[in-house]
Design a protein around this ligand. Structure first.
Ligand SMILES: Cc1ncc(COP(=O)(O)O)c(C=O)c1O
Length: 391
């Protein structure tokens, strides 16, 4: 991996900032931005329909690149405008009835929890959350017992939570879902692009991801993976449009075969193209290379921060490129001030965004640093030094 070349491809690094907010919204490679600007200039000249016709083969590459990234076929991929849109479309394809059960975790993403609560309020769907073991790993025995007890309609797990370094054992969950033939949805919003993600190994029916974070694509992009099993059973979003089906009779339609049936017709093709460039960029470097490098960066940073005397809040046996911490007294304010003064990009999360996790940890919030493969070990040392001097 040529870090110098990778950094040269990022205009946003020219002012010397240290960018550690890849779990929020990363810096796009120049090729991503250029491809979008070029496409918009074509639309400016020709109108969107003509440009889409002229670039139809290029636009199709999105599906190939996304499929390559997570090890599936192009026909299993639908473009989405965000991970949340993908998640909502997947959920809408499941016909929930009163009393149906969704099994999820205490660490699942805020918006997913709110969606489930909405299903609970509107349809009386029951939410059941799997216990964590004392080392914060998912209790797979509890999951199996809950599946036997509730016969759930869906199991939904966030691979890497937004506000904790934890990497959930999604493959372990997948094996159990397969054994009991339960639908399985994985929110891989923080993991795709950060590490190797393989839907075959996970064994999920749906997987959702967003473009702007570790994949380094533009805002307003994402994708949904839909398994062959689910496609063959004619799952489709509740509110389809002509992208999803062919109108064959006055009162009937025929579903299209591929996961594109989960899209709506109108999208920003400039964004789709930029996202494709970002996917190509990641695929060219290789996700195993990215994962190995990210592990080195994040392990170093987490260890340094802990040694300096801050409190690390990441729990679990397998940790990601998301590092969450506070002062030993819970302070977030001084850390933010120091990071801002030194042009270090980060984010902060408060209790409402991880209500169960932060209640269990008895904290009101965390500062989050999320390095990625364009960061260097020198940057990690520099940030550590700055934090040390702030105490
Ligand atoms: C774990 C997780 N899931 C889902 C989302 C939602 O992604 P989007 O804003 O693209 O819908 C996020 C965003 O931070 C996330 O961290």
């Amino acid at each position: 991996m040529n870090t110098d070349k990778i950094r040269d491809d990022i205009k946003g690094l020219s002012d010397g900032k240290i960018f550690l907010n890849n779990a929020g919204s990363s810096l796009m490679p120049t090729a991503v931005v250029d491809s979008m600007i070029d496409y918009l200039h074509q639309e400016e000249q020709l109108g969107g329909y003509e440009v889409a016709n002229r670039n139809s083969e290029l636009l199709e590459q999105f599906y190939d690149e996304a499929a390559k990234l997570i090890n599936c076929k192009s026909s299993n991929i639908a473009f989405a405008t965000s991970a949340t849109e993908a998640f909502a479309k997947a959920l809408s394809s499941i016909i929930f009835k009163e009393g149906d059960v969704v099994i999820t975790t205490v660490d699942d993403y805020i918006s997913n929890q709110i969606t489930f609560i909405s299903l609970q309020k509107k349809l009386n769907v029951k939410i059941v959350r799997v216990k964590n073991l004392s080392d914060n790993e998912l209790d797979l025995e509890d999951l199996e017992n809950l599946i036997k007890e509730h016969n759930p309609k869906l199991v939904a797990v966030t691979h890497i939570p937004t506000n904790s370094g934890l990497i959930q054992n999604v493959e372990g969950v997948g094996k159990i879902c397969k054994q009991y033939d339960v639908l399985y949805l994985v929110d891989a919003c923080q993991s795709v692009g950060q590490m190797a993600v393989d839907v075959e190994k996970i064994g999920c029916d749906f997987l959702t991801a967003t473009g702007r974070k570790f994949m380094r694509g533009p805002r307003g992009t994402g994708f949904l993976y839909v398994s062959d099993r689910v496609l063959e059973q004619n799952y489709a979003p509740l509110l389809l449009d002509m992208r999803g089906a062919n109108w064959t009779e006055y009162n009937d339609y025929e579903l299209f075969k591929t996961a594109k049936r989960f899209e709506h017709w109108e999208i920003s093709y400039a964004s789709l193209l930029g996202f494709t460039e970002a996917l190509k960029y990641a695929n060219d470097i290789g996700l195993s290379n990215i994962e190995d490098y990210n592990r080195k960066l994040s392990e170093k940073l987490r260890k340094n921060i802990q040694n300096i005397g801050f409190k690390i809040w990441d729990q679990g046996n397998n940790l990601s490129s998301i590092i969450t911490f506070s002062g030993s007294d819970g302070d977030l304010e001084n850390i933010q001030k120091v990071l801002k003064e030194n042009n270090i990009f980060f984010s902060v999360a408060y209790k409402n965004s991880a209500l169960i996790d932060f209640t269990n940890k008895n904290i009101h919030g965390i500062v989050r640093l999320s390095p990625h493969y364009f960061n260097t070990l020198e940057e990690i040392e520099k940030v550590s030094e700055i934090l040390k001097n702030s105490l």
